[in-house]
Design a protein around this ligand. Structure first.
Ligand code: COA
Length: 691
């Protein structure tokens, strides 16, 4: 559905070809340009190889890889990007070289074309000067490997228009990126603290504080990362660390200047030697220094308005794959402790002042509090964006509380006519937070899980019964609690990227936030059981055919659809609908008699042999206690009101969360493995053997 977009990438090196690959894989047409035909062809063969390897590893199918390749045109003709909606430049990091590309593109491209630069060490505003369209020039800073790493820093400069920012975000989203908008300043929001982290590691070595293995081990432990700074530099290139540090030093202060040893190592063109023994007694001193560096630089960028604390942390978690961002790390070590560390380093070195944000937070004596739900009123419609993309917007108590506050605010504001709820990044909401559930179980605090779910139910029901129309924007995946939130809204506007699914039975639990009851109201018992027992994905189109999704549109039409839905006369979303004939077989498969057979490990009857076999196999991987509970609940809910059905779901929660299966299922989900349940359907062994 994204075919009518046309994108361009200039520069077919590692970065440019990776960007083009990702765009094509997500269904966008791309022209990949380089100065010579050979270089363009080399970029294309790099993409071909990368796609082939990914298809062999089963990341996507061979057909998908081939289709992606067909969407890329590699050329030496700049004219071929003339009518592109956006062109990303990814050429050599030099202002003259980039400037040439930009003035050329500016001459060739149509009015509408946005020119984006993937620079990491130049100001976007300086590049924009080479064009007569500064309002349509922006930074799009991708992270290595751009086909895999989801983060993009979107960098408007002073003259970039709001429309350009919006369109760039949309295009980012169209190729599966999680975008953070940051100010045009040195290092943007990630390199600003990441490069000093690398540089300071070398300084520790240079000063003789510790050897490389010690610094590596201490950094891994302190930042909970898989690769230490020296190994990282070996992988990503030592010269680039020198270059980036020198740029930060030139623009910010001498604190950021590359360590002498770093420059020497770069000149030698040799990797760091990682060998040797780590000395644990030096871990503390090393971690303190690295923490101080990261905290001080991250705090400074927030003081300067480069990015907020949430986006600063997101940059670390999504872009660098750190487990926690700098501000979460400060909370972990204690903000007062963090302040002391930064102060200590600041006293010793010039050009490294203590940031106000850390000083004032330490004075307040409370940890940093993060905003996970953004609130914005546009055209008198309140947009509630669940903004926790690093966990695919999973719902935990903080998110639910903030969603509740945002909902209250929209309800109170007499100007607001309707309420839209959406997710930031590629997902709508990937369910309730598994980690939260698991922590409660492990601590034996079952009542916290119940209280959290009760609060969620209350809020979801308010979305369902609100006088102001509520619309869920389903333009990415939703699972469990996320699908339940969408179902609770009065209308759903979806794009082809949207989907609903209930993975709970595979986690040893049941969908406890109204999924069973609302699927039942929409589809009847049989199909409700089919989707909730099997966890099968309901693609947006399917959900539209079944009358669950109200409008199916393209991404750029979402706002207009929300407006239509807010204005529309209220309609009973659960009104009777006729389902396409193709669903009849599933209704048969989940008739009372067949459900009895399925749960007893027998084959269902009255459907094709293939479906019977498939269902048997799918259900054999699910928790049997969960399936039996769901079966009973859905049957009972058919005879109850919505309020009574909610109570029924809440009543069973403590008991389902207390099962061994719930513990096994949730633990496995967190580590990305398939769980082994104690109780599965009788014939499971036979099914697995034939799998
Ligand atoms: N609770 C907590 N964290 C979640 C989450 C959830 N429900 N869903 C996703 N996340 C986290 C992941 O753990 C991961 O964190 P990490 O980067 O620290 O490892 C991050 O979000 C990104 O997800 P990732 O798995 O890397 O993305 P993906 O595109 O490879 O896979 C999913 C996406 C949705 C298939 C996968 O994340 C998943 O299966 N999540 C569990 C969903 C679920 O079972 N929800 C129902 C809960 S009742």
């Amino acid at each position: 559905m994204t075919q009518h977009w046309k994108l361009g990438v200039v520069g077919a090196g590692n970065m440019g070809s990776g960007i083009a690959q990702k765009m094509a894989l997500e269904g966008l047409e791309v022209v990949l340009v380089d100065v010579s035909r050979e270089q363009a062809a080399r970029g294309l063969s790099r993409i071909e190889q990368s796609l082939r390897e990914a298809a062999e590893r089963g990341i996507f199918s061979q057909e998908q890889a081939e289709a992606a390749l067909k969407r890329i045109v590699a050329t030496d003709r700049f004219e071929d990007v003339r009518d592109a909606d956006l062109v990303v430049e990814a050429v050599f990091e030099d202002l003259d070289v980039k400037g040439d590309v930009f003035s050329r593109l500016d001459r060739i491209c149509e009015e509408k074309t946005i020119l984006a630069t993937n620079t990491s060490s130049l100001y976007v505003k300086d590049i924009a000067r080479y064009t007569r369209r500064p309002d349509r020039v922006i930074g799009m800073h991708y992270f290595y490997h751009p086909a895999k790493n989801r983060l993009v820093e979107i960098v408007p400069h002073e003259a970039t228009s709001a429309d350009t920012i919006e369109r760039t975000r949309l295009i980012g989203r169209l190729h599966g990126k999680t975008c953070i908008v940051v100010r045009d300043s040195p290092g943007f929001a990630v390199n600003r603290y990441f490069v000093p982290f690398l540089n300071e590691s070398v300084r520790l070595l240079e000063e003789g504080v510790a050897n490389i293995p010690t610094i590596e081990a201490a950094a891994k432990q302190a930042f909970e990362i898989g690769m230490g700074p020296f190994e990282l530099m070996n992988v990503t290139g030592i010269p680039i660390a020198v270059h980036s540090a020198a740029y930060l030093a030139k623009e910010i202060s001498e604190f950021y200047a590359p360590a002498k040893l770093l420059i020497e190592q770069s000149d030698k063109r040799e990797d760091w030697d990682l060998g040797g023994e780590a000395d644990e007694s030096r871990f503390e001193i090393v971690s303190r220094r690295l923490y101080a560096t990261v905290f001080g630089a991250a705090g400074a960028q927030v003081d300067e308005g480069v990015a907020g604390i949430e986006d600063t942390d997101r940059g670390a978690k999504i872009g660098l794959r750190w487990r926690r961002g700098p501000f979460e790390l400060m909370n972990r070590v204690g903000v007062k402790q963090a302040l002391a560390m930064v102060q200590e380093l600041s006293d010793r070195r010039s050009g490294f002042p203590v940031p106000d944000i850390i000083r004032s937070r330490a004075a307040q004596g409370t940890p940093f509090a993060f905003r996970y739900v953004d609130y914005e009123v546009r055209n008198r419609i309140a947009c509630l964006t669940i903004n926790r993309p690093e966990a695919l917007n999973a719902l935990n108590p903080e998110v639910v509380e903030q969603l509740e506050q945002a909902f209250d605010r929209a309800q109170r504001d007499p100007e607001v006519r309707g309420i839209a709820v959406r997710g930031a990044g590629k997902a709508f909401v990937a369910g309730a937070d598994i980690k939260f559930f698991l922590d409660c179980i492990r601590r034996g605090e079952m009542e916290s899980n119940v209280a959290f779910t009760r609060r969620g139910h209350r809020l979801f029901r308010r979305f369902e019964t609100s006088d102001k129309p509520t619309v869920a924007v389903l333009d990415g995946l939703s699972l469990g609690g996320g699908s339940e939130l969408a179902l609770a809204c009065q209308a759903i506007v979806a794009t082809e990227q949207g989907s609903l699914a209930f993975p709970e039975s595979g986690l040893g639990i049941y969908p406890g936030l109204g999924g069973m009851l609302r699927m039942n109201l929409h589809l009847g018992r049989e199909l409700a059981k089919y989707y909730t027992f099997t966890g099968s994905k309901l693609a947006a189109r399917e959900a539209y055919e079944l009358g669950i999704v109200t409008e199916l549109v393209e991404l750029e039409e979402v706002e207009a659809a929300i407006e239509r839905l807010v204005q529309a006369e209220p309609r009973d979303k659960y009104r009777r609908k006729d389902f396409p004939a193709a669903y009849r077989e599933y209704q048969t498969a989940f008739s009372d008699e067949n459900v009895r057979r399925l749960l007893a490990g027998e084959s269902v009857q009255g459907v094709s042999g293939e479906l019977a076999k498939r269902l048997g196999k799918i259900l054999s991987y699910k928790g049997l206690i969960a399936l039996e509970t769901m079966n009973r609940m859905i049957d009972r809910q058919s005879k109850l009101s919505i309020e009574e059905s909610i109570e029924l779901e809440l009543d069973g929660l403590s008991s389902i969360f207390s099962t061994e299966d719930a513990l096994a299922g949730l633990t496995a989900a967190l580590s990305g493995e398939r769980p082994t349940f104690r109780h599965t359907i009788g014939r499971s062994v036979a099914y697995h053997e034939h799998a």
